[in-house]
Design a protein around this ligand. Structure first.
Ligand SMILES: O=C(O)[C@H]1O[C@H](OP(=O)(O)OP(=O)(O)OC[C@H]2O[C@@H](n3ccc(=O)[nH]c3=O)[C@H](O)[C@@H]2O)[C@H](O)[C@@H](O)[C@@H]1O
Length: 410
């Protein structure tokens, strides 16, 4: 029988005649202690792993109505995500949010939305969709029936400055999420945010889902169009039910500060001039503005009519629905008309610098056909721009307050 060289080491070490000198042994022990201490610390203190974290997640996901659904909402601290999450929770569905609170625009606005969701019983996990281990943990804790994928790098003009952010958030993370959904058993049905900007330079109006959508004119639009192709492939290969929503220019309370209606409001109140872009041949730009409550109805109806994914564990068992819908208003309004409505609501006039659009790829015109969504989803926008902007201005003044006279020239 071989001598016991070191009683502190486990038997397997002796059996393989592992020779170890004293200083190396001390180093090894120290390393093991540090390793176990760090692992235990992380186990107990990382919120992602604690028991209460799991309980909070399950409680947020709990369905409280007959035939309800359990939805993972990505981008839940975002503009559309926060509204959709509250609407689902209010009717008794289970909702878990996921958001990385990125810095593209005010994280403090996102955190206030998160607090609001918390009051409604919706828990938002602070994390990134590119983190596949986090996704695995979420899917192993909750059996989601649906995923509402709204997290994205938004903004048409920022893509000129930082195209990589769009590839990471709109393409890479989409694939990570689809991989997770593909492997889930049962697979959830997926509804996700594409964009009206995929229509690019198309001259034929109003834009219809039957039209071809190339070529895209911005990086943002390219990544959304790529997303449509990737989701189509996952639908064909793995039987995932997919619904892509082409949102047009969505506005309303709790909106995005980077959007024109929001920044115009801020500047009008500050008494500062605004830049109004103009298209080719001095034509006014126009957008198909759509109020947030109408969009929420479209999102919820898309979840309710999504049908089921029919694959399991990465294998396809037949064909699942693949749908794309335009979600806009069906009546374009020019940017100068938008400014006039804001001036009326704020009872203030603004100085306009009218500038010819430089080649940033921004589209000049958007006019959308929504008949497919009307037919299939029962989608019917009911809020006109005057009413919607009045609600937005009310919210803006409540949230930020009216600037004092001395703040106006800051
Ligand atoms: O249709 C879409 O898919 C996109 O709609 C909006 O993009 P956009 O319509 O360009 O919204 P804004 O950035 O609010 O611009 C609205 C209009 O105002 C114009 N604008 C913007 C900023 C400014 O200072 N002046 C100005 O005239 C823009 O050129 C555009 O014609 C959103 O910002 C995108 O995230 C969304 O996906």
């Amino acid at each position: 029988m071989p001598p016991l060289e070191d009683p502190l080491l486990p038997p397997t070490f002796h059996q393989c005649r592992f020779k170890i000198n004293n200083s190396r042994r001390r180093f090894t022990m120290l390393f093991l202690w540090v390793f176990f201490f760090t692992a235990s610390f992380l186990t107990f203190f990382t919120p992602n792993r604690s028991t209460s974290w799991h309980q909070t997640l399950r409680s947020s996901a709990r369905i409280r109505r007959h035939n309800g659904i359990s939805v993972l909402v990505t981008g839940a601290a975002g503009f559309i995500g926060s509204h959709v999450s509250i609407a689902l929770k209010n009717r008794g569905d289970g909702v878990v949010g996921l958001d990385n609170f990125d810095q593209y625009y005010s994280p403090s606005l996102k955190k206030t939305r998160r607090d609001l969701l918390h009051l409604h019983g919706v828990f938002i996990v602070d994390g990134d969709i590119n983190d596949h281990r986090l996704l695995t943990l979420l899917f192993s804790t909750v059996e989601f029936t649906h995923v509402m994928h709204l997290a994205a790098q938004v903004g048409v003009q920022y893509a000129v400055e930082n195209p990589y952010a769009y590839v990471r958030s709109n393409i890479a993370s989409l694939v990570t999420l689809l991989e997770q959904c593909k492997l889930a058993d049962p697979q959830p049905a997926i509804v996700w945010a594409s964009s009206g900007s995929v229509y690019g330079t198309q001259n034929k109006t109003p834009f219809s889902e039957m039209d071809r959508v190339d070529p895209p004119t911005t990086i943002y639009a390219s990544t959304k169009k790529t997303g449509e192709e990737i989701t189509h492939t996952y639908n064909r290969l793995y039987g995932l039910s997919i619904t892509g929503l082409r949102f047009f220019t969505v506005y309303g309370p709790w909106g995005r500060p980077d959007m024109a209606y929001f920044s115009f409001t801020k500047r009008i109140l500050q008494g500062k001039p605004i830049t109004v872009y103009r298209g080719k041949n001095h034509v006014d730009l126009a957008r198909d503005f759509i109020y947030i409550d109408d969009i929420v109805k479209g999102c919820v109806a898309s979840l309710d009519t999504s049908g089921k994914s029919i694959g399991s564990g990465g294998l396809k068992n037949g064909s699942a629905p693949y749908r794309i819908f335009n979600l806009g208003n069906g009546s374009p309004v020019s940017v100068p008309a938008l400014v006039t409505i804001l001036e009326e609501n704020l009872k203030m006039k603004v100085m306009k610098d009218v500038v010819d659009m430089c080649g940033n790829g921004d589209d000049s015109f958007a006019y959308v056909n929504i008949s497919l969504a009307e037919r299939e989803l029962g989608y019917k926008p009911t809020t006109d721009l005057q009413t919607g902007l009045r609600e937005f201005v009310k919210w803006y003044l409540w949230y930020y307050g009216k600037p004092c006279v001395q703040d106006r020239n800051v």
